[in-house]
Design a protein around this ligand. Sequence first.
Ligand SMILES: Nc1nc2c(ncn2[C@@H]2O[C@H](COP(=O)(O)OP(=O)(O)OP(=O)(O)O)[C@@H](O)[C@H]2O)c(=O)[nH]1
Ligand SMILES: [Mg+2]
Length: 217
Amino acid sequence: MALVGYTNAGKSTIFNRLTAADSLEENLLFATLDPLTRKCVLPCGYTVLVTDTVGFIQDLPTTLVAAFRSTLEEVTEADLLLHVVDSSHPDYVAHERTVSRLLTELGASSIPMVTVYNKSDQKASEFIPTTTASIMISALSAADIDRLRYFLEEAVKQQMVHYDVSIPSGEGKLLAQLKSDTILHEWHYNEQGGTYDCQGYVLPAHPLYGELQSFQR
Ligand SMILES: Nc1nc2c(ncn2[C@@H]2O[C@H](COP(=O)(O)OP(=O)(O)OP(=O)(O)O)[C@@H](O)[C@H]2O)c(=O)[nH]1
Ligand SMILES: [Mg+2]
């Protein structure tokens, strides 16, 4: 996933709290100049890579174009975009529009996107979300970061395909891979068949997806 959004929206703050990393987090324009990628563990135990990116802005100064370019490569390679919006900013609607326009210019407009309305603790009185595929949080609240993790888990699951398989107990490596590389929801040992019956979600682009076809229940 890649965190995108207007500068100062709170991307690095969210990134740090989701990944417990120390990225630069300051009340400065363009506090982030290098893309940073770290692991984030979702509530179900599934690990995703999250990339923090440089903030978007309406008129990009030429000196920042190079930094912007490298960040943007990260964006186009993401499977899911988290668009962070500062809901306390009076111009948040214009910011959202600028970010959407830049994403379109980058050829990233077809990547699935969810919106994270941040700074709910200071949200503008006239604030109304412009999209329903969204969550409202304050990055400063630990409880909200937990809610965000569940929200992201649902968003990731929507990119995945459900599987329901019977794996022979000798296939230890495959079972281990289901635990690490998919969202393994439920599994139990079936004594009669000598199999592990497993249900979960897998990315259709993952090699495991093909491998699981022959074990379908
Ligand atoms: N009140 C409040 N402040 C927040 C919240 N989230 C972030 N901030 C503050 O907003 C400022 C900007 O946060 P950053 O995380 O650096 O923003 P950014 O989107 O990474 O900014 P750029 O890297 O410049 O694009 C910092 O002072 C944060 O502490 C929030 O939920 N509520
Ligand atoms: Mg930042």
